[in-house]
Design a protein around this ligand. Sequence first.
Ligand code: CO
Length: 132
Amino acid sequence: MEIDHVAIVVKDLDAALRLYTQTLGFKQVYREIVADQGVEAVGLEAGGSFVELLRPLDEASPIAAFLGDAATKLHHTAYRVADIEATLAELKAKGVRLIDEHARRGAHGNLIAFLHPKATDGVLIELCQPIR
Ligand code: CO
């Protein structure tokens, strides 16, 4: 599996974008609201992968609680798969606990699903099937 994106939660998206684009030289590829996850997501090109900045839309967003008082926090790593439903079925058969039994729509039109962090030693892992 290859990395699709690494997602970082930020409190101040404009400040983070200045850092990543103007200072570090990343190019913005997408920026959108993902309402059901309570975030605004910005994808920055990093070779064949992306750095994805996530801003909580409001205090009710699950990632607002995750961020707490921090200015920024690494949230998850997403691995690209060709057939997300097949991969989920395979992992489930292996006894891996899943947050999402079936794929849902994420940023950039991707189909995504999260594995339960209890099954991955505390690291939140997302499977991601690009629809581009
Ligand atoms: Co993601």
